[in-house]
Design a protein around this ligand. Structure first.
Ligand SMILES: Nc1ncnc2c1ncn2[C@@H]1O[C@H](COP(=O)(O)OP(=O)(O)OP(=O)(O)O)[C@@H](O)[C@H]1O
Ligand SMILES: [Mg+2]
Length: 297
């Protein structure tokens, strides 16, 4: 498939010029953002958004100025998960918005904040159904670019981008973002998830120069809320072979904790409410390791 870069002549519409202008605008907006880190997986439903929200919270708790973008344009979930459904305020500069902040100090931007209510679906009008998928892909990439570019992030130590499932999502982000400093891949220890995540990471490595800092293993065990003892939900040691094959570490193991799921549903601050739970400690360690790895790179 051709992209805008392959267009020899544009009939006077200056597509390449417009795209370059948008890219400059985005680079300008992200000028004071020190690092951009993508939370990816390839596989759906494995906990990318949960990791993104709680990693952001742990980084903010450690004193960082953190932003969080919901890269899921069609099925945005970060509005609910972070509790920032309040109307966003328009800034003095026309067409830009000030991102709302969670009660724990993370600046959030999500398509969910622009929807009338949580039941309203996001729909794209394609000129025709033939080629509709490509059209939707372009519209989604454009919407993601605008979501990031039209937000006054201010100075940030890190902007986390929570990607939707699909192996092409990081390349799409790379196409619209001026730079991506690193990626973290989330998986559960099921063979199905490990296979899809492995394929996605290899695909990304083939096309992009974005360092994968490591894997986050989610829901391998259930942590007892009383004594903290971990009960395995899968046979142990299933994520290491993939980490070894990809030559990256397992950065953190996040146990299943019903309170984590409930906090996500209610937009509550899990880390603040349960700082001593095993999953909360795992997020704090993940934040520390990530910071160390990024500082060393
Ligand atoms: N460690 C955990 N403990 C308890 N619940 C969890 C945990 N991780 C994720 N969940 C729950 O599992 C569900 C899926 O998680 P989440 O939305 O983070 O996955 P995702 O990979 O972002 O999904 P999608 O591919 O749709 O974007 C959510 O309801 C979430 O609250
Ligand atoms: Mg998600």
């Amino acid at each position: 498939m051709k992209t805008w870069r392959d267009i020899a002549t544009d009939g006077g519409s200056d597509v390449a010029g417009q795209v370059a202008e948008q890219a400059n605008q985005l680079a300008d907006r992200l000028r004071d953002v020190r690092r951009i880190v993508a939370i990816m997986s390839g596989k759906g439903g494995v906990g990318k958004s949960t990791v993104a929200v709680n990693l952001a919270a742990a980084l903010a708790r450690a004193g960082g100025r953190i932003g969080l973008v919901d890269g899921d344009i069609n099925g945005p979930s970060l509005g609910r998960m972070t509790g920032v459904q309040a109307p966003i305020s328009l800034s003095r500069m026309e067409g830009t918005v000030i991102p709302p902040e969670t009660t724990w100090g993370v600046r959030v931007m999500s398509m969910a904040l622009f929807l009338r209510d949580e039941t309203a679906p996001v729909a794209w009008d394609a000129p025709s159904q033939a080629g509709g998928a490509a059209w939707r892909g372009l519209r989604e990439a454009g919407a993601l670019r605008e979501l990031i570019a039209d937000t006054e992030w201010g100075a940030l130590d890190m902007l986390l981008v929570d990607l939707p499932p699909g192996s092409e999502r990081l390349p799409t982000l790379a196409d619209v973002a001026p730079r991506i400093d690193a990626a973290v891949a989330v998986t559960i220890p099921s063979a199905v998830s490990l296979e899809v995540v492995g394929r996605s990471v290899r695909m990304v490595r083939e096309y992009l120069d974005v360092p994968l800092l490591g894997l986050v293993e989610n829901m391998a065990s259930h942590a007892c809320p009383h004594c903290g003892k971990a009960d395995p939900l899968y046979p142990p040691g299933r994520t290491e072979p993939l980490a070894d094959a990809l030559d990256v570490p397992v950065l953190a193991r996040i146990p299943f904790d019903p309170a984590l799921g409930m906090a996500a549903d209610d937009g509550n601050a899990y880390l603040q409410e349960y700082p001593d739970r095993p999953a909360a400690r795992a997020f704090a360690e993940l934040a520390d390791r990530l910071t160390l790895l990024l500082d060393a790179s």
